[in-house]
Structure formats: C-alpha cells, structure tokens
Design a protein around this ligand. Structure first.
Ligand code: FES
Ligand SMILES: [Fe+2]
Length: 391
C-alpha cells in the first residue's frame, strides 16, 4: 500500500515533513489509500456520546471515513457498533440518522439482525413448498453484520475495525486523556447540533485545527475582545504517540502588558479600527475548570475535535466525503448538573464561537489557492511560537 502512494505520481519533497505536496490534498489515489489505511485502519474514531443511546434498542448511524456504521444500545445494556451494510447484498440496513428498534431489518429482502449485528433470520430461508431457499449448509452465525471494536473514554464512544488498534486509553494517552477529562467533567447533555459541508479535503480542516499561527490573526473577535491572544499564557500538548494535540490559552495570565500586546497586534484590521463592545457583559465566562484556561482545542487523530472556548463545549467530527468534500458535524454540549444560567452562558458562548466557520471558509480559500498549481511548490507547514489556540 505504501508503494501505491509513493509511486509513481507522488514524490515527497527533499525537505521532509516540513513540506507537504499540494497533491496530498486533492489526489483521488491518495484519498482512497487514506480511507483504507487510516479510516479502516488501526485508528479509533468517535462514534457518539453514550447518552445519545439511553435505552436498549436506541440506534444511530455514522461513518468510519466513508464506510457507513450503525451504533446501538443492545439488550445487554452495552453499546455495539457494526457496519451498516447488509451481509446479503450490501444494502444499507438502517436508513435513518437515529431511531429505536427491537431489531435491525434490511428493507431490501428483510434479513433481520439483532442489536449486536448477529443475523437472526432470513426471509424464506427454507424456500416455499420445498423449492428455493438457502442451502442446508447456510449458517446464520456466519452472516452477521461486520462488527467494530467499541470502547469508551468517559462518555465518548469510539470504534475501530482494526484488531491492531491499541486499547483506546493507550491510543489517547495520559496527557491528552487528562485534557479530555478536564473538559468532560459531568454527564453530557446535548444543547444543539449542526453540520456543514466544506468543499475541500478533510486534512485541510484537521490541519487548520492544529494551526496555532492563524487563530488570533484570523479570528479577530477573540483578539479584539481579548478572549485570547498570543501574548497570553498557553501552550500545546502533544500526545505521547504524536498523533493528538491540545492547545490552550490561559488568558487571565498575560505575558506582556496590555499596551505592548496592542502594539504587537497593531497590524490586525479589527484592532486598527479599535472595535470595542458597548456592553462587555456579552463576554462573561463562568469559572468552570479551575485552571485559568479560557480556551482549549483538542484533536484526536484522525478526525475528532473537542472544543472549549470559554464555557462553550463542542464536539466536532470531520467526515471525508471525497477528495474535495468534507462534512463537519458539530455537537454542542452542557452537563446535566448545569443550572439555567450556565446553560444560557454556554449558548451565548457557543453563539460567539460561530467564528469556527471562518476557519472552514479559510480552508476553502486554501483549496482555491492551491488548485491552479497542484504540482507547484509544496505547502509550507508553519506554526507560531507563543500561545496557540485554534477555533
Ligand atoms: S440486501 Fe439486505 S436483505 Fe438483501
Ligand atoms: Fe480557526
């Protein structure tokens, strides 16, 4: 498989990992290899919140890359996941985004599976009046839906098709795991969901999440209203295995005085115009995490993002839909123990964090910028020093 990517069309630049050929973001061959090697390979991918499936028989559908998946709460009380692909002729078994059922029945020829994906019955298995039907050697247990390994990290449910993926906890690692726990400190309650289609390669968005350089330059709202700046305290944690990251801002701790910070940002358009909010109460943040961290953006390879921007907490799932198409799904959450004021604060904070759309647009512009010269000078990877955040 390595050979397929490397030869003969893609030659990696001599500079090594500091340069990425533009073709990596558009080549259908590379994309197909990613679907197999990354999304069906030894990675754990976010499937759902456990609380989305409270009752036995609850199910939802999602994807591993482009491969459709069903996630269920079984009669055993456990969460199960399996490919949404009938063992008969590959039809989708569950057609809806979510639902409740006692079993999973394929609409095409009515093969019926239990909530764990085991084949329960086949219509006309014995034929009619001694004619037709499945051969005597047919075994139901050999024709179930292909099952995923499922594991949970707190209330986050992940799945993989690979027997080689390490246990989820060691895949995530202690450093990033503790940063997930600091945000997911209660029983999650979904406040809202949305999704958007990005007309670009999935890696552009996922890379953008880890791009600490753009955040306070592109998202001028945060800079202007001093929610986060590079002059604040902060840093980036990288997982022990190098696959995941968490960038954070401790905005209450400035490394330089306000005038110096303003001077450093003097070239940013919104600061030049000296915007200020007439009502600063628009920007309150409740002390929730006990560590002065106003923003933390965390990514788990290959396609999950956990956002904490002030009191706005969101899960983002990046689903590839082709070499140049991506679906970005957002789930905004609070916690069961939140009171009405806290919920209102989270909603207001989440409304402000519609700023992420700007990053999404920017990665579209990146595609436009790259498209006339897919074989031109490789893309330069860069990072800012100082406090990194992304939105
Ligand atoms: S394809 Fe599902 S029962 Fe035939
Ligand atoms: Fe961003």
């Amino acid at each position: 498989m390595q050979q397929e990517i490397a030869q003969p069309t893609l030659k990696w630049p001599a500079e090594g990992n500091a340069r990425v050929p533009y073709r990596m973001f558009s080549d259908p061959e590379v994309y197909r290899a990613e679907l197999t090697r990354i999304f069906l390979g030894p990675t754990w991918q976010y499937l759902a919140l456990a609380g989305e499936l409270p009752q036995a028989g609850d199910y939802l559908t999602t994807f591993l890359g482009e491969t459709p998946v069903i996630v269920t709460r079984g009669h055993d009380g456990e969460i199960h996941a399996m490919l949404n692909r009938c063992a008969h002729r590959g039809n989708l078994v569950c057609l809806k985004r979510r639902g409740h059922a006692d079993n999973l029945t394929c609409v095409y020829h009515a093969w019926r599976y239990d909530l764990e994906g085991n084949l329960d019955s086949v219509a006309f298995r014995r034929g009619i009046a001694g004619k037709g039907g499945m051969p005597a050697s047919f075994r139901l247990e050999e024709h179930g839906l292909k099952k995923l390994r499922v594991d949970t990290f707190g209330d986050l449910v992940f799945g993989t098709l690979s027997p080689e993926a390490p246990p989820l906890a060691s895949y995530i690692g202690n450093l990033i795991g503790s940063r997930i726990h600091r945000v997911m400190h209660g029983k999650p309650k979904i406040l809202g969901t949305t999704s958007q289609i990005l007309h670009n390669n999935w890696k552009l968005y996922f890379e953008n999440v880890r791009d600490t350089y753009h955040a306070t330059l592109l998202h001028a709202f945060f800079t202007t209203f001093r929610i986060s700046r590079l002059t604040s305290e902060g840093g980036v944690d990288i997982a022990e295995n190098g696959a995941h990251h968490a960038s954070y801002t401790r905005n209450k701790i400035d490394r330089v005085d306000q005038a110096t910070s303003d001077q450093l940002y003097a070239g940013i358009p919104s600061l030049r115009e000296n915007f200020r909010l007439a009502d600063p109460s628009f920007l309150p943040m409740a002390e929730e995490f006990g560590d002065d961290t106003t923003t933390q953006i965390l990514s788990l390879f290959p396609n999950f993002v956990l956002q904490q921007i002030q009191n706005s907490i969101a899960l983002r799932l990046v689903l590839p839909k082709g070499p140049d198409k991506t679906e970005l799904q957002w789930t905004y959450i609070g916690f069961e123990e939140d009171d009405a004021d806290m919920t209102a604060l989270r909603l207001a904070s989440s409304a402000r964090s519609t700023a992420p759309r700007r990053s999404a647009r920017c990665s579209k512009w990146a595609v436009s910028g790259m498209s006339p010269k897919p074989t031109g000078r490789p893309r330069l990877r860069s990072a800012a020093s100082g406090t990194p955040i992304d939105h």
